[in-house]
Design a protein around this ligand. Structure first.
Ligand SMILES: Nc1ncnc2c1ncn2[C@@H]1O[C@H](COP(=O)(O)OP(=O)(O)OP(=O)(O)O)[C@@H](O)[C@H]1O
Length: 342
């Protein structure tokens, strides 16, 4: 199991007419991914999804908070002693082409990490080739066909399957799939999503799925948990199916309101939430205190300008919600498209 508590990260960006500025990418984020579990982080561009994935994989530092892998707090270990733990988390990039070295065949791409794994686990050299074949079969490709080939000789879908097979060489606890299908031909996407789902069941690997697309989050982890990120803060968290059917935060509602309507078969939800265009200030930067969503929220009140909501279930007297949210005025709204006959 991998958990994060109070993870925060601020980048200092240099240059521009305003000089250096601080960009909070993550604000006090808590999460937990269990073996075989599915956790999805969803949010628009710049919400901090990739930064979170990189921190969990040990590729980026964080300013505050703790990552715990298999019960061991990473802050208690030296950089070198953390590496075997972070190997238990493998990152799958959105671009399978740049993730593979173009000068190496698939056989070479798998051989190096498997040789390391063989040394770590005391297995003979002969195990390396048989494991490479086993992993490629596991991800649904013919080892005989792909092993001698270079990445450019494979389709995008096959390349992404090779990237997943390579990630599995380390016997990971969790795969972090960062927009793992966004650069793959639409016709092949479903196959990759189905594979990740299947690996959860067959290998028991947990999947942390990072996406801007609520439909893919639902496909991969309809039985898992959904975290909605807005400007680095988790604004709604709970069972994926529950949040998709019944969101209470206006930002989540705006994401679901944007689901395209099937022409002639569906009509938009009656209470569709359309976020305001922020005026005068960029996304509320420079404000201190108050809800981050205020500049775009159609329902904000004076309290939202003043106080900062924290993640919880409180919805006012008698209004507790099943999922956690960071909103002073959580309310159910019918935002999902409905069939014309319904
Ligand atoms: N290395 C960096 N240096 C400076 N700022 C950064 C760096 N990496 C990310 N940021 C900033 O941190 C914020 C979060 O970025 P991040 O890439 O994590 O978001 P994201 O949700 O993954 O977006 P996208 O979907 O566009 O990749 C953004 O404002 C981004 O500009």
């Amino acid at each position: 199991m991998i958990t994060g508590t109070g993870i925060s990260k601020t980048f200092r960006q240099r240059g521009g007419v305003l000089g250096a500025r601080e960009v909070p990418a993550l604000r006090d984020v808590d999460f937990a991914v269990e073996r075989g579990g599915a956790v999805s982080f969803i949010g628009e561009s710049g919400s901090g999804k990739t930064t979170l994935g990189r921190i969990i994989a040990g590729l980026e530092t964080h300013d505050a908070g703790e990552i715990v892998i298999d019960g061991v707090p990473m802050s208690s270990l030296s950089h070198r002693r953390r590496q075997p733990y972070f190997r238990r988390v493998q990152l799958i990039h959105q671009d399978p082409y740049s993730a593979l070295n173009p000068t190496r065949t698939v056989h070479q791409a798998l051989e190096a990490p498997l040789a390391l794994r063989a040394r770590q686990t005391g297995r003979p050299k002969s195990w390396i080739d048989s494991r490479a074949q086993e992993l490629l079969s596991m991800v649904g490709i013919d080892p005989g066909y792909v092993l001698p080939r270079y990445p450019h000789q494979l389709s995008g879908g096959m390349r992404q399957r090779v990237v997943i097979a390579r990630a599995l060489t380390m016997d990971p606890e969790v795969l972090v799939a960062d927009e793992a299908v966004s650069m793959i031909d639409v016709s092949l996407r479903l196959g990759i999503l189905a594979l990740l789902k299947d690996l959860r069941e067959r290998v028991g690997v947990g999947v942390l799925f990072i996406t801007h697309d609520i439909a893919t989050a639902r496909y991969i982890g309809d039985d898992g948990e959904l975290y909605v990120l807005y400007r680095g803060q988790v604004v709604e968290r709970g069972a994926t199916e529950k949040i998709i059917a019944d969101p209470v935060h206006p930002y989540t509602q705006s994401l679901l309101s944007a689901i395209p309507v099937l022409h002639g078969l569906e009509r938009p939800g009656a209470e569709r939430v359309v976020p305001k265009e922020p005026r005068g200030e960029t996304q509320g930067e420079g404000r201190s205190g108050g809800c981050l969503f205020v500049p775009r929220c159609p329902f904000s009140t004076e309290r939202c300008e003043r106080e900062t909501p924290v993640l919880g279930r409180d919805g006012g007297p008698g209004q507790e919600t099943e999922q956690e949210h960071a909103c002073f005025h959580p309310r159910r709204r019918s935002v999902i498209p409905v069939g014309v006959g319904e």
